[in-house]
Design a protein around this ligand. Structure first.
Ligand code: ZN
Length: 614
Protein backbone atom coordinates (compact mmCIF):
# COMPACT_ATOMS: atom_id res chain seq x y z
CA UNK A 1 0.00 0.00 0.00
CA UNK A 2 1.42 3.40 -0.90
CA UNK A 3 1.10 6.25 1.54
CA UNK A 4 -0.87 9.32 0.51
CA UNK A 5 1.43 12.08 -0.71
CA UNK A 6 2.00 14.77 1.92
CA UNK A 7 0.78 18.32 1.47
CA UNK A 8 3.91 20.45 1.13
CA UNK A 9 4.27 24.01 2.37
CA UNK A 10 7.09 26.49 2.04
CA UNK A 11 7.07 29.63 4.19
CA UNK A 12 9.51 32.47 3.65
CA UNK A 13 9.66 35.74 5.62
CA UNK A 14 10.17 37.38 2.26
CA UNK A 15 9.81 41.04 3.11
CA UNK A 16 10.14 41.66 6.87
CA UNK A 17 9.98 45.43 6.47
CA UNK A 18 6.61 45.12 4.71
CA UNK A 19 5.44 42.38 7.15
CA UNK A 20 4.91 39.93 4.28
CA UNK A 21 5.37 36.18 4.37
CA UNK A 22 5.38 34.33 1.07
CA UNK A 23 3.79 30.91 1.43
CA UNK A 24 3.50 28.16 -1.15
CA UNK A 25 1.23 25.13 -0.78
CA UNK A 26 1.77 22.20 -3.14
CA UNK A 27 -0.68 19.34 -3.68
CA UNK A 28 0.48 16.25 -5.60
CA UNK A 29 -2.98 14.96 -6.51
CA UNK A 30 -5.49 17.83 -6.52
CA UNK A 31 -9.21 17.32 -6.93
CA UNK A 32 -9.67 16.88 -10.70
CA UNK A 33 -12.93 18.83 -10.55
CA UNK A 34 -11.12 21.86 -9.07
CA UNK A 35 -9.21 21.95 -5.80
CA UNK A 36 -10.65 24.02 -2.94
CA UNK A 37 -8.37 25.74 -0.39
CA UNK A 38 -9.38 27.66 2.70
CA UNK A 39 -7.90 29.47 5.69
CA UNK A 40 -9.41 29.01 9.19
CA UNK A 41 -11.74 31.74 10.41
CA UNK A 42 -10.59 31.23 14.02
CA UNK A 43 -7.78 29.72 16.05
CA UNK A 44 -8.65 26.96 18.54
CA UNK A 45 -8.45 28.22 22.13
CA UNK A 46 -9.55 31.75 21.23
CA UNK A 47 -13.28 31.69 20.59
CA UNK A 48 -13.79 34.57 18.19
CA UNK A 49 -14.11 34.62 14.41
CA UNK A 50 -11.01 36.51 13.26
CA UNK A 51 -11.24 35.71 9.54
CA UNK A 52 -7.51 35.32 9.00
CA UNK A 53 -7.98 35.17 5.20
CA UNK A 54 -8.41 38.94 5.22
CA UNK A 55 -4.60 39.13 5.53
CA UNK A 56 -3.94 37.25 2.29
CA UNK A 57 -2.83 40.02 -0.04
CA UNK A 58 -2.16 38.18 -3.31
CA UNK A 59 -2.79 34.59 -4.37
CA UNK A 60 -2.02 32.71 -7.59
CA UNK A 61 -1.98 29.08 -8.66
CA UNK A 62 0.03 27.14 -11.19
CA UNK A 63 0.47 23.57 -12.39
CA UNK A 64 2.87 22.06 -14.91
CA UNK A 65 4.35 25.49 -15.58
CA UNK A 66 0.97 27.00 -16.50
CA UNK A 67 -1.12 29.45 -14.53
CA UNK A 68 -4.37 28.06 -13.15
CA UNK A 69 -7.42 30.26 -12.70
CA UNK A 70 -8.58 30.80 -9.10
CA UNK A 71 -12.08 31.73 -8.00
CA UNK A 72 -12.85 33.15 -4.54
CA UNK A 73 -15.79 31.22 -3.06
CA UNK A 74 -16.40 33.07 0.20
CA UNK A 75 -14.51 35.10 2.81
CA UNK A 76 -12.06 32.26 3.55
CA UNK A 77 -11.91 29.91 0.55
CA UNK A 78 -10.80 29.62 -3.06
CA UNK A 79 -11.26 27.08 -5.82
CA UNK A 80 -8.65 26.44 -8.49
CA UNK A 81 -9.91 25.59 -11.96
CA UNK A 82 -9.90 21.95 -13.02
CA UNK A 83 -6.39 21.08 -14.23
CA UNK A 84 -7.81 19.16 -17.18
CA UNK A 85 -9.71 22.23 -18.34
CA UNK A 86 -6.62 24.39 -17.69
CA UNK A 87 -4.69 22.42 -20.32
CA UNK A 88 -2.28 20.93 -17.78
CA UNK A 89 -0.75 17.50 -18.34
CA UNK A 90 -2.20 14.71 -16.21
CA UNK A 91 -0.26 14.04 -13.03
CA UNK A 92 1.01 17.60 -12.59
CA UNK A 93 1.18 19.00 -9.06
CA UNK A 94 -0.80 22.11 -8.15
CA UNK A 95 0.90 24.97 -6.31
CA UNK A 96 -0.77 27.96 -4.71
CA UNK A 97 1.52 30.83 -3.82
CA UNK A 98 0.30 33.67 -1.67
CA UNK A 99 1.45 36.61 0.43
CA UNK A 100 0.28 37.00 4.02
CA UNK A 101 0.39 40.35 5.76
CA UNK A 102 1.56 39.70 9.35
CA UNK A 103 1.38 42.63 11.73
CA UNK A 104 -0.57 41.40 14.75
CA UNK A 105 1.63 41.13 17.84
CA UNK A 106 -0.60 38.72 19.73
CA UNK A 107 -0.53 35.00 20.48
CA UNK A 108 -3.41 34.41 18.03
CA UNK A 109 -2.10 35.44 14.62
CA UNK A 110 1.19 36.27 12.87
CA UNK A 111 3.80 38.99 13.21
CA UNK A 112 6.80 39.77 11.00
CA UNK A 113 9.25 42.63 11.07
CA UNK A 114 13.01 43.11 10.95
CA UNK A 115 13.32 41.88 14.58
CA UNK A 116 11.58 38.49 14.29
CA UNK A 117 8.94 36.34 12.63
CA UNK A 118 6.14 34.61 14.51
CA UNK A 119 3.21 32.71 13.12
CA UNK A 120 0.36 30.38 13.94
CA UNK A 121 -0.49 27.94 11.15
CA UNK A 122 -4.08 29.20 11.19
CA UNK A 123 -2.82 32.52 9.79
CA UNK A 124 -0.50 31.18 7.10
CA UNK A 125 -1.23 27.61 5.99
CA UNK A 126 -4.11 26.98 3.59
CA UNK A 127 -6.24 23.94 4.34
CA UNK A 128 -6.53 21.66 1.31
CA UNK A 129 -10.11 20.38 1.09
CA UNK A 130 -10.24 16.59 1.23
CA UNK A 131 -6.56 16.38 2.23
CA UNK A 132 -6.97 17.35 5.91
CA UNK A 133 -5.77 13.94 7.11
CA UNK A 134 -2.66 13.90 4.94
CA UNK A 135 0.73 14.38 6.57
CA UNK A 136 2.20 17.85 6.07
CA UNK A 137 5.75 18.97 5.41
CA UNK A 138 6.86 22.55 5.94
CA UNK A 139 10.02 24.06 4.53
CA UNK A 140 10.80 27.02 6.81
CA UNK A 141 13.11 29.39 4.92
CA UNK A 142 15.35 32.09 6.37
CA UNK A 143 14.79 35.68 5.29
CA UNK A 144 17.28 36.90 2.68
CA UNK A 145 20.21 39.05 3.75
CA UNK A 146 23.19 39.11 6.09
CA UNK A 147 21.30 41.00 8.80
CA UNK A 148 19.28 37.85 9.48
CA UNK A 149 22.25 35.46 9.73
CA UNK A 150 21.73 34.93 13.50
CA UNK A 151 18.06 33.96 13.16
CA UNK A 152 16.98 30.46 14.15
CA UNK A 153 13.73 28.54 14.55
CA UNK A 154 11.82 27.78 17.78
CA UNK A 155 8.86 25.41 17.52
CA UNK A 156 7.55 22.08 18.78
CA UNK A 157 7.00 20.94 15.17
CA UNK A 158 9.09 17.78 14.71
CA UNK A 159 12.13 18.24 12.47
CA UNK A 160 12.27 16.26 9.23
CA UNK A 161 15.34 17.72 7.57
CA UNK A 162 16.59 20.64 9.62
CA UNK A 163 19.31 21.04 12.26
CA UNK A 164 18.16 21.71 15.84
CA UNK A 165 16.63 25.24 15.95
CA UNK A 166 17.53 25.54 12.26
CA UNK A 167 15.85 26.35 8.97
CA UNK A 168 14.75 23.42 6.85
CA UNK A 169 11.90 20.93 6.70
CA UNK A 170 9.53 20.17 9.56
CA UNK A 171 6.58 17.78 9.61
CA UNK A 172 3.11 17.37 11.09
CA UNK A 173 0.92 14.27 11.02
CA UNK A 174 -2.06 16.16 9.58
CA UNK A 175 -3.47 19.65 9.12
CA UNK A 176 -4.87 19.76 12.67
CA UNK A 177 -1.35 19.17 14.03
CA UNK A 178 0.20 21.61 11.55
CA UNK A 179 -1.86 24.53 12.85
CA UNK A 180 -1.27 23.55 16.50
CA UNK A 181 2.47 24.32 16.51
CA UNK A 182 3.25 28.05 16.47
CA UNK A 183 6.71 29.06 15.24
CA UNK A 184 9.07 31.79 16.47
CA UNK A 185 11.94 32.77 14.17
CA UNK A 186 14.63 35.23 15.18
CA UNK A 187 17.70 35.82 17.31
CA UNK A 188 15.88 34.65 20.43
CA UNK A 189 17.14 33.76 23.92
CA UNK A 190 16.87 30.09 24.81
CA UNK A 191 16.80 28.06 28.02
CA UNK A 192 16.06 24.36 28.39
CA UNK A 193 15.10 21.83 31.03
CA UNK A 194 13.65 18.37 31.24
CA UNK A 195 10.35 17.36 32.82
CA UNK A 196 8.60 14.01 32.69
CA UNK A 197 11.45 12.67 30.55
CA UNK A 198 10.67 15.21 27.80
CA UNK A 199 12.94 18.12 26.78
CA UNK A 200 11.36 21.53 27.36
CA UNK A 201 12.54 24.77 25.74
CA UNK A 202 11.88 28.37 26.70
CA UNK A 203 12.23 30.59 23.62
CA UNK A 204 12.19 34.30 24.46
CA UNK A 205 11.77 37.05 21.86
CA UNK A 206 12.15 40.70 22.82
CA UNK A 207 14.53 43.07 24.56
CA UNK A 208 15.03 41.60 27.99
CA UNK A 209 17.77 40.62 30.44
CA UNK A 210 15.85 38.05 32.45
CA UNK A 211 17.33 35.30 34.60
CA UNK A 212 16.30 32.47 32.28
CA UNK A 213 18.12 29.82 34.31
CA UNK A 214 15.93 30.63 37.27
CA UNK A 215 12.86 30.62 35.04
CA UNK A 216 13.82 27.16 33.76
CA UNK A 217 14.24 25.88 37.34
CA UNK A 218 10.86 27.26 38.41
CA UNK A 219 8.99 26.09 35.31
CA UNK A 220 10.42 22.60 35.75
CA UNK A 221 8.85 22.44 39.22
CA UNK A 222 5.47 23.61 37.88
CA UNK A 223 5.53 21.21 34.93
CA UNK A 224 6.45 18.28 37.16
CA UNK A 225 3.60 19.23 39.49
CA UNK A 226 1.04 18.98 36.66
CA UNK A 227 2.67 15.86 35.20
CA UNK A 228 2.43 14.18 38.62
CA UNK A 229 -1.28 15.02 38.82
CA UNK A 230 -2.07 13.30 35.50
CA UNK A 231 0.59 10.59 35.79
CA UNK A 232 2.55 11.39 32.62
CA UNK A 233 2.90 13.89 29.81
CA UNK A 234 0.97 12.94 26.68
CA UNK A 235 3.35 11.57 24.01
CA UNK A 236 5.45 14.38 22.47
CA UNK A 237 9.03 14.90 21.29
CA UNK A 238 9.47 18.20 23.11
CA UNK A 239 7.48 20.99 24.72
CA UNK A 240 8.18 24.65 23.97
CA UNK A 241 7.25 27.84 25.84
CA UNK A 242 7.28 30.58 23.15
CA UNK A 243 7.54 33.89 24.99
CA UNK A 244 7.22 37.37 23.50
CA UNK A 245 8.42 39.90 26.09
CA UNK A 246 7.32 43.48 25.45
CA UNK A 247 6.71 46.70 27.39
CA UNK A 248 3.15 46.04 28.42
CA UNK A 249 0.97 43.17 27.28
CA UNK A 250 -0.46 39.91 28.56
CA UNK A 251 -1.82 36.81 26.90
CA UNK A 252 -1.40 33.11 26.36
CA UNK A 253 -2.65 30.43 24.02
CA UNK A 254 -2.37 26.70 24.58
CA UNK A 255 -1.20 24.13 22.05
CA UNK A 256 -0.64 20.37 22.17
CA UNK A 257 3.13 20.59 22.70
CA UNK A 258 3.78 24.28 23.18
CA UNK A 259 2.27 27.54 24.29
CA UNK A 260 2.55 31.10 23.01
CA UNK A 261 2.87 33.70 25.75
CA UNK A 262 2.89 37.47 25.62
CA UNK A 263 4.11 39.27 28.74
CA UNK A 264 5.69 42.39 30.14
CA UNK A 265 9.47 42.06 30.21
CA UNK A 266 9.27 43.10 33.87
CA UNK A 267 7.15 39.97 34.56
CA UNK A 268 10.22 37.82 33.87
CA UNK A 269 12.59 37.10 36.80
CA UNK A 270 15.36 39.68 36.97
CA UNK A 271 19.03 38.85 37.64
CA UNK A 272 19.95 38.92 41.33
CA UNK A 273 16.36 38.54 42.53
CA UNK A 274 15.19 35.46 44.38
CA UNK A 275 11.73 36.28 45.77
CA UNK A 276 8.61 35.68 43.69
CA UNK A 277 7.28 39.23 43.32
CA UNK A 278 3.75 39.95 42.08
CA UNK A 279 4.84 40.41 38.45
CA UNK A 280 6.76 37.14 38.33
CA UNK A 281 3.92 35.39 40.15
CA UNK A 282 1.59 36.56 37.35
CA UNK A 283 3.91 35.15 34.70
CA UNK A 284 4.35 31.81 36.50
CA UNK A 285 0.56 31.59 36.83
CA UNK A 286 0.21 32.14 33.07
CA UNK A 287 2.78 29.42 32.29
CA UNK A 288 1.09 27.06 34.77
CA UNK A 289 -2.30 27.75 33.15
CA UNK A 290 -1.19 27.02 29.60
CA UNK A 291 0.75 23.92 30.63
CA UNK A 292 -2.31 22.49 32.41
CA UNK A 293 -4.17 22.92 29.11
CA UNK A 294 -1.80 20.31 27.60
CA UNK A 295 -4.27 17.87 29.15
CA UNK A 296 -7.39 19.94 29.83
CA UNK A 297 -8.75 21.18 26.45
CA UNK A 298 -5.93 20.08 24.17
CA UNK A 299 -6.64 16.38 24.81
CA UNK A 300 -9.58 16.22 27.22
CA UNK A 301 -11.77 18.15 24.75
CA UNK A 302 -15.45 18.99 24.38
CA UNK A 303 -17.07 16.61 21.88
CA UNK A 304 -18.15 19.78 20.04
CA UNK A 305 -14.47 20.38 19.16
CA UNK A 306 -13.90 16.96 17.59
CA UNK A 307 -13.14 17.83 14.96
CA UNK A 308 -13.04 21.64 15.03
CA UNK A 309 -15.09 23.32 12.33
CA UNK A 310 -12.67 26.12 11.50
CA UNK A 311 -15.14 27.97 9.30
CA UNK A 312 -17.66 28.94 11.99
CA UNK A 313 -18.49 29.11 15.71
CA UNK A 314 -18.27 25.79 17.61
CA UNK A 315 -20.65 25.94 20.57
CA UNK A 316 -20.20 24.15 23.89
CA UNK A 317 -21.54 24.84 27.39
CA UNK A 318 -18.37 23.39 28.91
CA UNK A 319 -15.78 26.18 28.69
CA UNK A 320 -16.36 26.85 32.40
CA UNK A 321 -14.73 23.44 32.98
CA UNK A 322 -11.97 23.71 30.38
CA UNK A 323 -11.02 27.29 31.27
CA UNK A 324 -12.38 27.51 34.83
CA UNK A 325 -10.81 24.30 36.12
CA UNK A 326 -7.57 25.27 34.35
CA UNK A 327 -7.73 28.72 35.99
CA UNK A 328 -8.21 27.02 39.36
CA UNK A 329 -5.20 24.74 38.90
CA UNK A 330 -2.89 27.46 37.53
CA UNK A 331 -2.35 29.27 40.85
CA UNK A 332 -2.99 26.11 42.88
CA UNK A 333 -0.04 24.56 41.02
CA UNK A 334 2.18 27.41 42.27
CA UNK A 335 1.34 26.87 45.94
CA UNK A 336 1.39 23.07 45.71
CA UNK A 337 4.85 23.16 44.15
CA UNK A 338 6.07 25.46 46.94
CA UNK A 339 6.86 28.45 44.69
CA UNK A 340 4.41 30.65 46.60
CA UNK A 341 3.06 30.52 50.16
CA UNK A 342 -0.52 29.60 51.08
CA UNK A 343 -1.05 33.28 52.03
CA UNK A 344 0.14 34.39 48.60
CA UNK A 345 -2.16 31.81 46.98
CA UNK A 346 -5.15 33.02 48.98
CA UNK A 347 -4.38 36.59 47.91
CA UNK A 348 -4.64 35.47 44.27
CA UNK A 349 -7.84 33.59 45.03
CA UNK A 350 -9.23 36.72 46.70
CA UNK A 351 -8.43 38.76 43.58
CA UNK A 352 -10.20 36.19 41.38
CA UNK A 353 -13.26 36.21 43.65
CA UNK A 354 -13.26 40.02 43.71
CA UNK A 355 -13.46 40.12 39.91
CA UNK A 356 -16.49 37.84 40.10
CA UNK A 357 -18.22 39.68 42.96
CA UNK A 358 -17.86 43.06 41.23
CA UNK A 359 -20.05 42.11 38.28
CA UNK A 360 -23.83 42.01 38.60
CA UNK A 361 -23.86 40.23 35.22
CA UNK A 362 -23.23 37.04 37.17
CA UNK A 363 -26.91 37.11 38.20
CA UNK A 364 -28.05 37.25 34.56
CA UNK A 365 -25.82 34.74 32.82
CA UNK A 366 -24.70 31.32 34.02
CA UNK A 367 -21.19 30.05 33.26
CA UNK A 368 -22.78 27.41 30.98
CA UNK A 369 -24.45 30.22 29.00
CA UNK A 370 -21.26 32.28 29.07
CA UNK A 371 -19.43 29.28 27.59
CA UNK A 372 -22.02 28.85 24.83
CA UNK A 373 -22.04 32.55 23.93
CA UNK A 374 -18.26 33.05 24.27
CA UNK A 375 -18.09 33.96 20.57
CA UNK A 376 -20.46 36.89 20.73
CA UNK A 377 -20.34 37.94 24.38
CA UNK A 378 -17.22 37.06 26.39
CA UNK A 379 -14.90 37.65 23.41
CA UNK A 380 -16.77 40.75 22.26
CA UNK A 381 -17.27 42.61 25.51
CA UNK A 382 -18.64 46.09 25.42
CA UNK A 383 -19.11 48.77 28.10
CA UNK A 384 -22.14 46.92 29.52
CA UNK A 385 -20.31 43.60 30.02
CA UNK A 386 -19.96 43.84 33.85
CA UNK A 387 -23.75 44.28 34.08
CA UNK A 388 -24.68 41.61 31.55
CA UNK A 389 -22.26 38.68 31.49
CA UNK A 390 -20.07 36.52 33.72
CA UNK A 391 -16.58 35.22 33.01
CA UNK A 392 -16.35 31.44 32.67
CA UNK A 393 -12.68 31.86 33.64
CA UNK A 394 -13.06 33.58 37.00
CA UNK A 395 -16.42 32.21 38.13
CA UNK A 396 -15.42 28.89 36.56
CA UNK A 397 -12.32 28.87 38.79
CA UNK A 398 -14.47 29.48 41.89
CA UNK A 399 -16.84 26.68 40.85
CA UNK A 400 -13.82 24.40 40.39
CA UNK A 401 -12.70 25.32 43.92
CA UNK A 402 -16.20 24.67 45.28
CA UNK A 403 -16.37 21.36 43.39
CA UNK A 404 -12.95 20.32 44.71
CA UNK A 405 -13.96 21.07 48.30
CA UNK A 406 -17.37 19.42 47.78
CA UNK A 407 -15.78 16.20 46.50
CA UNK A 408 -13.43 16.21 49.50
CA UNK A 409 -16.31 16.81 51.91
CA UNK A 410 -18.46 13.99 50.46
CA UNK A 411 -15.61 11.45 50.52
CA UNK A 412 -14.06 12.18 53.93
CA UNK A 413 -11.13 13.75 52.06
CA UNK A 414 -10.30 10.57 50.16
CA UNK A 415 -11.19 11.97 46.71
CA UNK A 416 -10.86 15.39 45.11
CA UNK A 417 -10.94 17.31 41.84
CA UNK A 418 -7.55 15.71 41.11
CA UNK A 419 -9.37 12.36 40.86
CA UNK A 420 -11.95 13.87 38.52
CA UNK A 421 -9.21 15.23 36.25
CA UNK A 422 -7.43 11.85 36.20
CA UNK A 423 -10.72 10.09 35.41
CA UNK A 424 -11.42 12.53 32.57
CA UNK A 425 -7.91 11.93 31.25
CA UNK A 426 -8.28 8.15 31.37
CA UNK A 427 -11.80 7.97 29.96
CA UNK A 428 -11.67 10.76 27.36
CA UNK A 429 -8.28 12.46 26.99
CA UNK A 430 -5.91 9.53 26.55
CA UNK A 431 -8.14 7.56 24.12
CA UNK A 432 -9.02 10.76 22.19
CA UNK A 433 -12.76 10.69 22.85
CA UNK A 434 -14.66 13.98 22.98
CA UNK A 435 -16.31 14.88 26.30
CA UNK A 436 -20.13 14.94 25.87
CA UNK A 437 -21.92 17.99 27.25
CA UNK A 438 -22.95 16.61 30.66
CA UNK A 439 -20.22 13.99 31.15
CA UNK A 440 -18.12 16.01 33.59
CA UNK A 441 -21.12 16.46 35.86
CA UNK A 442 -21.94 12.75 35.78
CA UNK A 443 -18.33 11.82 36.48
CA UNK A 444 -18.12 14.26 39.41
CA UNK A 445 -21.20 12.61 40.97
CA UNK A 446 -19.60 9.20 40.41
CA UNK A 447 -16.49 10.31 42.31
CA UNK A 448 -18.48 12.03 45.07
CA UNK A 449 -20.68 8.97 45.49
CA UNK A 450 -23.71 11.25 45.78
CA UNK A 451 -26.04 13.10 43.41
CA UNK A 452 -24.54 16.52 42.54
CA UNK A 453 -27.40 17.69 40.29
CA UNK A 454 -28.26 20.45 42.74
CA UNK A 455 -24.67 21.73 42.75
CA UNK A 456 -24.50 21.99 38.95
CA UNK A 457 -28.06 23.34 38.64
CA UNK A 458 -27.28 26.19 41.04
CA UNK A 459 -23.72 27.21 40.19
CA UNK A 460 -23.09 26.08 36.60
CA UNK A 461 -26.50 26.27 34.92
CA UNK A 462 -27.90 28.76 37.43
CA UNK A 463 -26.53 32.07 38.61
CA UNK A 464 -25.98 31.49 42.32
CA UNK A 465 -22.64 32.32 43.90
CA UNK A 466 -20.74 29.16 44.87
CA UNK A 467 -20.98 28.52 48.66
CA UNK A 468 -17.36 29.35 49.45
CA UNK A 469 -18.00 30.47 53.05
CA UNK A 470 -19.07 27.04 54.32
CA UNK A 471 -16.70 25.02 52.15
CA UNK A 472 -13.62 27.06 53.10
CA UNK A 473 -14.54 27.07 56.79
CA UNK A 474 -14.01 23.34 56.61
CA UNK A 475 -10.42 24.06 55.46
CA UNK A 476 -9.69 26.64 58.16
CA UNK A 477 -9.92 29.51 55.68
CA UNK A 478 -12.16 32.48 56.41
CA UNK A 479 -13.94 34.28 53.54
CA UNK A 480 -14.89 37.92 54.08
CA UNK A 481 -16.36 40.63 51.89
CA UNK A 482 -15.52 44.29 52.44
CA UNK A 483 -15.87 47.58 50.53
CA UNK A 484 -12.93 48.56 48.30
CA UNK A 485 -10.42 51.02 49.77
CA UNK A 486 -10.26 52.87 46.43
CA UNK A 487 -10.46 52.34 42.68
CA UNK A 488 -7.04 50.65 42.64
CA UNK A 489 -8.03 48.01 45.23
CA UNK A 490 -8.07 44.62 43.47
CA UNK A 491 -8.89 42.64 46.61
CA UNK A 492 -7.22 39.63 48.20
CA UNK A 493 -5.87 41.60 51.17
CA UNK A 494 -7.41 43.08 54.32
CA UNK A 495 -8.69 46.62 53.76
CA UNK A 496 -6.69 49.66 54.88
CA UNK A 497 -9.59 52.04 55.51
CA UNK A 498 -10.93 52.60 59.00
CA UNK A 499 -14.67 51.97 59.52
CA UNK A 500 -15.09 55.75 59.97
CA UNK A 501 -13.40 56.47 56.63
CA UNK A 502 -15.53 53.84 54.88
CA UNK A 503 -18.71 55.25 56.41
CA UNK A 504 -17.82 58.67 54.95
CA UNK A 505 -16.93 57.38 51.48
CA UNK A 506 -19.49 58.22 48.81
CA UNK A 507 -19.67 55.73 45.95
CA UNK A 508 -20.23 56.72 42.32
CA UNK A 509 -20.22 53.24 40.77
CA UNK A 510 -18.05 53.64 37.68
CA UNK A 511 -14.75 52.48 36.23
CA UNK A 512 -12.89 55.30 34.48
CA UNK A 513 -9.88 55.86 32.24
CA UNK A 514 -7.66 58.83 31.52
CA UNK A 515 -8.70 61.23 28.82
CA UNK A 516 -7.15 64.58 27.84
CA UNK A 517 -10.43 66.25 28.84
CA UNK A 518 -11.09 64.49 32.14
CA UNK A 519 -12.21 61.09 33.45
CA UNK A 520 -13.73 58.94 30.68
CA UNK A 521 -16.26 56.44 31.99
CA UNK A 522 -15.42 52.92 30.82
CA UNK A 523 -18.23 51.16 32.70
CA UNK A 524 -21.22 52.47 34.64
CA UNK A 525 -22.41 49.80 37.06
CA UNK A 526 -26.03 48.75 37.20
CA UNK A 527 -28.18 50.74 39.67
CA UNK A 528 -25.16 52.76 40.76
CA UNK A 529 -25.33 56.42 41.75
CA UNK A 530 -23.84 57.35 38.37
CA UNK A 531 -26.41 55.33 36.41
CA UNK A 532 -29.31 56.65 38.45
CA UNK A 533 -28.13 60.21 37.73
CA UNK A 534 -28.05 59.48 33.99
CA UNK A 535 -24.29 59.17 33.43
CA UNK A 536 -23.26 56.68 30.74
CA UNK A 537 -20.18 54.82 29.62
CA UNK A 538 -18.27 57.04 27.22
CA UNK A 539 -19.16 60.24 29.09
CA UNK A 540 -16.15 62.32 30.10
CA UNK A 541 -16.50 63.86 33.55
CA UNK A 542 -14.73 67.22 33.38
CA UNK A 543 -15.72 68.75 36.74
CA UNK A 544 -16.97 67.75 40.20
CA UNK A 545 -18.64 70.59 42.09
CA UNK A 546 -17.00 73.05 39.70
CA UNK A 547 -13.44 71.68 40.02
CA UNK A 548 -11.59 70.16 37.07
CA UNK A 549 -11.67 66.36 37.15
CA UNK A 550 -9.30 63.68 35.85
CA UNK A 551 -9.15 59.93 36.28
CA UNK A 552 -6.50 60.40 38.97
CA UNK A 553 -8.28 62.97 41.13
CA UNK A 554 -11.90 61.83 40.70
CA UNK A 555 -12.00 60.00 44.03
CA UNK A 556 -10.34 62.89 45.87
CA UNK A 557 -12.83 65.37 44.44
CA UNK A 558 -15.73 63.17 45.60
CA UNK A 559 -14.22 62.62 49.08
CA UNK A 560 -16.05 65.48 50.83
CA UNK A 561 -19.43 63.96 49.89
CA UNK A 562 -20.59 61.08 52.12
CA UNK A 563 -23.20 58.50 51.07
CA UNK A 564 -26.62 60.12 50.62
CA UNK A 565 -25.30 63.56 49.71
CA UNK A 566 -25.78 65.09 46.27
CA UNK A 567 -22.97 66.56 44.18
CA UNK A 568 -23.00 68.36 40.82
CA UNK A 569 -20.96 66.89 37.96
CA UNK A 570 -20.23 68.22 34.48
CA UNK A 571 -19.52 65.80 31.67
CA UNK A 572 -19.25 65.72 27.90
CA UNK A 573 -21.38 63.20 26.04
CA UNK A 574 -19.89 63.28 22.54
CA UNK A 575 -19.43 67.04 22.07
CA UNK A 576 -22.37 68.06 24.23
CA UNK A 577 -21.79 69.44 27.72
CA UNK A 578 -24.24 68.03 30.26
CA UNK A 579 -24.70 68.48 33.97
CA UNK A 580 -25.75 65.82 36.46
CA UNK A 581 -26.88 65.81 40.08
CA UNK A 582 -25.50 62.62 41.61
CA UNK A 583 -26.68 61.23 44.95
CA UNK A 584 -23.77 59.12 46.16
CA UNK A 585 -24.25 55.64 47.63
CA UNK A 586 -22.50 53.63 50.33
CA UNK A 587 -19.75 51.50 48.78
CA UNK A 588 -20.81 47.87 48.22
CA UNK A 589 -19.01 45.02 49.98
CA UNK A 590 -17.65 43.56 46.75
CA UNK A 591 -14.00 42.98 47.65
CA UNK A 592 -13.03 39.45 48.69
CA UNK A 593 -10.45 38.45 51.30
CA UNK A 594 -9.49 34.92 52.33
CA UNK A 595 -7.54 34.50 55.56
CA UNK A 596 -5.97 31.45 57.13
CA UNK A 597 -7.06 30.35 60.59
CA UNK A 598 -3.72 29.41 62.14
CA UNK A 599 -5.40 28.10 65.30
CA UNK A 600 -7.59 25.55 63.55
CA UNK A 601 -7.82 21.98 64.93
CA UNK A 602 -5.42 19.36 63.68
CA UNK A 603 -8.00 17.60 61.40
CA UNK A 604 -8.65 20.94 59.71
CA UNK A 605 -4.91 21.59 59.31
CA UNK A 606 -4.49 18.12 57.80
CA UNK A 607 -7.27 18.82 55.29
CA UNK A 608 -5.70 22.16 54.37
CA UNK A 609 -2.29 20.56 53.88
CA UNK A 610 -3.82 17.90 51.63
CA UNK A 611 -5.49 20.65 49.58
CA UNK A 612 -2.64 23.19 49.32
CA UNK A 613 0.24 20.77 49.59
CA UNK A 614 1.84 22.54 52.54
ZN1 ZN B 1 -6.93 28.98 29.24
Amino acid sequence: MTQAAPVRYRIHPKNPAAHLFEVCCTVADPDPAGQVFSLPAWIPGSYLLREFAKNIVTLRAEAGGRPVAVEKLDKSSWRCASLLESGVEAGATLSVTYEVYAWDLSVRAAHLDTTHAYFNGTSVFLQVAGHEDRPCEVDIRAPDGESYAAWRVGTALPRLDAPPYGFGTYRAEDYDALIDHPVEIGDFALASFEAGGVPHDIVVYGRQHADLERLARDLKVICEQHIALFGALPPMERYVFLVMAVGDSYGGLEHRASTSLLCKRSDLPQPGESAVNNDYRTFLGLCSHEYFHTWNVKRIKPAAFMPYDLSRENHTRQLWAFEGITSYYDDLGLVRSGLISPESYLELLGQTATRVWRGSGRFKQSVAESSFDAWTKFYRQDENAPNAIVSYYTKGALIALALDLTLRAHTQDTRSLDDLMRALWTRYGAPGIGVPESAIEAMAAEIAGVDLDDFFARYVHGTEDPPLHELLDHMGVHFALRPADNAADTGGKPGRSTPEALARRGYLGVRSASDPLGARLVNVFEDSAAQQAGLSAGDIIIAVDGLRASKDNLEKLLAPWPPGSTVGLHAFRRDELMDFEVTLQAPPADTCVFTIDHNADEPVLARRRAWLGH
